[in-house]
Design a protein around this ligand. Sequence first.
Ligand code: SAM
Length: 319
Amino acid sequence: MGQPGANGVNNQKAYQAKEPEGTAFVGSCQNFFGVVVADKSAQFDDGREIELLHFVYGHSSIEEIRGSPSGVLKAIDDYARTKKYLMNVGEEKGRIVTNLISEVKPQTMVELGGYIGYSALLFGDAVRKAGGKRYFSLERDPVFAAVIMSLVDLAGLSDVVEVVVGPSADSIKRLHSSGSLAHIDLMFLDHYKPAYTTDLKLCEHLQLITPGSVLAADNVIHPGNPPYLEYVRSDVQTKRVRSEKGIQNGDDAAHFPDYSKNQYQKRQGDEKLSTEVKGNPNLVYESRLVDSFEPTGEPVRLHHYDFHICTCLTIHRMV
Ligand SMILES: C[S@@+](CC[C@H](N)C(=O)[O-])C[C@H]1O[C@@H](n2cnc3c(N)ncnc32)[C@H](O)[C@@H]1O
């Protein structure tokens, strides 16, 4: 038996389900020691997401699951443990974010990349318990988004969680211009790696990120996101100079390994990044890597310090 998960659910083994032969493409990457390892995050979009829905709705405990976020999460864990791997946020990282939610008490939280809704259920529930009002789950793939909506409805979280379908940058602009999104208290970045920096700059530009806003970014080491880390760690002066010179903070896809930049291409096509947006170089961030492990069954060292949290502290005024 594994350890209880962040939601009180046992999901220790959720990431260890055996892959049947002939399933989805399995990418690979190198760990810190240069050893090639299978990239479990490349295993998706082979029908398992719809199979999950049938599994959950056909669950023997469906009546107890209804209206219970932890019940739905447990059913998802059951599927991942007994059927197929799902690229959900893991137990450790889930706990880091739910702890952050209790600390920050966000009125509005945004996640970039919803997949089948595990993080939306876990964090949307935590936001509601912390007195928050809205959890926007931005998901590019309409089929995945439909799965999220169905599970959010089943869990009774539709009053808090709003699923927004489409590429994150388009959704952010649309939510902002319609007045639905005026400020982001907490943002979870877990989608297309090269879009972390461009989407952050877009949010800065629209003044959605201001002092007090907190960013939680997954996979900054594996598969890695050097441009994002560089941007949030740069001092104001450096960012101003780069911005004035029109230098992108390395946010184009060339800075990422192929398996990472092509991860969602098969079905969703090329991702368009809003590289024209310069962001607000005057925002000062406090940044820290968080010690975390992902329960994939791989050596835990691989995912050490893979989660990044930063808080926007202040706006540096020009003198
Ligand atoms: C790692 S999964 C998210 C997992 C989810 N946060 C969880 O923990 O349960 C990444 C998701 O990002 C989505 N995605 C990729 N590019 C995107 C974009 N530009 N905008 C929104 N979603 C995107 C993918 O379709 C995929 O479902």
